[in-house]
Structures are given as C-alpha cells and as structure tokens.
Design a protein around this ligand. Structure first.
Ligand SMILES: [Fe+2]
Ligand SMILES: [Fe+2]
Length: 317
C-alpha cells in the first residue's frame, strides 16, 4: 500500500464518490439480503460432546485436531475475533456515505460476528484447542487492534476488502477440508459462503467505481495488490503460523495468485481498460512486474516444499 502514486489527480473527492455510488450500494445491498441465508451457530455445534471444564479441565491429549489443522483454526478464529477493529475501519471508510452505506456496514458487522461465535463454540465444545490459550490470544489480539497500512480512502478500502474477503473464504474453506472432521468442514463451508457474498458485494461496488473514476480506481487496486497483508498479521507468532499454513496448502502464494488476485483482476478487466492516465498506466506496469515476481516466488516455494514435513492438503478441490 504505497502512497507514492496518490499524488496523481482524482476526478472525484471521496465524499462525491460515496454519494455517487450510494444507489448502486443500495441495489447491491438488496441483492445481498436476497441471497444471504439466515443461519444459527447453535445448529452447527455437537453439544453432546460437551463436558464441564471445572470438573474435567482441558488437557493436551484431548484435541482430535492436531498440527497445522489446529494452528489454522486458531489463526482463523483470532482473525475473526478482531471484528471491533474492522468495524472501526469499515465505518471510518464507508460510514461517511449515509443510507445504504450505513445499512451495509451494520449488516456486514452482524454477519461477521457470527463467524467468531460459531468457531469458538465449536473449538470449546470439542476441546480441539486449549480454551485458555484461545482467550489469551483474543485478549492480546483485541488490545493490539488492527489498522490498515497505507491509504484508507474509499477506493483503497474497497480494493482491500474485496481481496481480503476472498482470501478469507479460501482460507476457511481449506481449513475445513484439512481438518478431516465433517462437523468442522460443514462450519467452514457455511462461513466461506458468507465471505464469498461479502467479496461479491465489495467487488461489484468497486466495478461501479471503476466506471466513475477509472484511473484512480486502478491505482488503488494496484496499491492493494502490491501491499496485501492478511488481517491476522498481528497474531502472536503469525509469520511462523502462516508459513505452516502455506506448507500445508491451506493458503499459500499460489492460491493467493490463482484463486484470489487473478480472478478478481480479470473480473475488473484491469489489463483491458483503456483511456487511463499516465499514473494508472504506470501502476499497471508495476502490477505486471509484481505478478511476474510472484511467479518466481511460487516456483521457489514449491521447490522448498520438497523438504517440508508438513502434510499437504489433498489436491482435489
Ligand atoms: Fe468472517
Ligand atoms: Fe466476510
């Protein structure tokens, strides 16, 4: 999220953009409300497995999930736990647009809250992760808070959340698969479906913004691709945990390129747009260079995998 190119002129102020986009946000909100299915965390939890912790404390031999499956659930839950920070950011970026924008901010926050609830209930009832470790992790994570690096205007915000929602969808979905637990898998399929609808909403708002101010939108998209970081980056030991998750094939650079960046960039037709200003053309060149570098990093990562002892996810999708 470099700010270098932000000096380039924009056709519209952030306020004007929010106002212009509001009717499309209203349409997409209604579409979302029509597609999203109501669901209840308690329907997904195997309560028959529950025992009192005061009578039978948690011990490390209890989890059925082990290794990276456990790590990935921990990272995914602590990421979802940080909702107060995300709400602050999303409200800061989109809350200045009233009407449908505010409706969306509220709806999105309420849907996201369900994800942490269902994950924590599952992990606690099944004793798959030490509940003390989880609670201490949550305390650390929330006290640190989370901030988006770089620009936090509407275009950068929309670009970031589009990539992030899809990345989270893939990560949740593969965490469920990797667990080899039908209960966990069903929960993760459910959450991943929500994340996909969130991605589609943000992606399509940004499609409308690309028509209003194409050059500024392209520059923002490129900034966010180049500077992308998962929101779990503040979790204690995140780098080590993310490396394990990558080696397991739950979320690695190849998935990031092939299942997150490229489908969205293609949808927005970033490399086909014409009539862009010089700064946006320069951004597109930097995007091509970045993708080429990513290709090299993927090859090197796959070479290193030969010596990895972490079990890989089954390749069947
Ligand atoms: Fe979520
Ligand atoms: Fe989401």
């Amino acid at each position: 999220m470099t700010d270098v190119i932000d000096a380039a002129p924009r056709l519209m102020t952030d306020e004007a953009l929010l106002i212009e986009l509001e009717p499309e946000v209203a349409r997409l909100y209604d579409r979302h409300a029509g597609m999203a299915q109501e669901w209840f965390p308690h329907d997904y939890i195997p309560y028959r497995l529950g025992r009192d912790f005061d009578k039978e404390p948690w011990t490390p031999d209890q989890p059925r999930l082990t290794g990276v499956a456990q790590t990935s659930f921990e990272v995914n839950l602590l990421t979802e736990d940080n909702l107060p920070s995300y709400h602050r950011l999303i409200h800061g970026m989109f809350g200045r647009g009233d009407g449908a924008w505010l409706n969306w901010v509220g709806r999105w926050t309420a849907e996201e809250g369900r994800h942490a609830i269902v994950l924590r209930d599952y992990l606690t009832v099944t004793r798959n992760i030490d509940p003390v470790l989880l609670e201490r992790g949550r305390m650390t994570q929330l006290q640190n808070g989370y901030d988006l690096p770089g620009s936090q205007d509407t275009l950068h915000g929309l670009a970031y959340v589009t990539f992030q929602e899809l990345a989270t969808r893939i990560s949740h979905r593969n965490t469920g698969r990797y667990s080899n637990d039908p209960v966990a898998d069903k929960i993760m399929v459910r959450i991943a479906t929500d994340e996909n609808l969130h991605m589609v909403f943000y992606r399509d708002v940004l499609s409308a913004a690309l028509k209003l101010d194409p050059s500024a939108a392209v520059r923002a998209i490129v900034d966010e691709v180049i500077g992308f970081q998962m929101p779990g980056a503040g979790i204690p030991g995140f780098l080590r945990k993310a490396a394990q998750i990558a080696k397991a094939g739950i979320y690695d650079l190849k998935a990031h390129r092939d299942e997150v960046l490229l489908p969205i960039l293609r949808h927005w037709r970033i490399f086909e747009l014409s009539g862009l200003d010089a700064a946006a053309e320069d951004a597109r060149r930097r995007l091509s260079e970045h993708l080429a570098k990513l290709d090299e990093q993927i090859v090197r990562f796959e070479e290193r995998l030969a010596t990895s002892t972490v079990p890989r996810i089954a390749t069947a999708k």
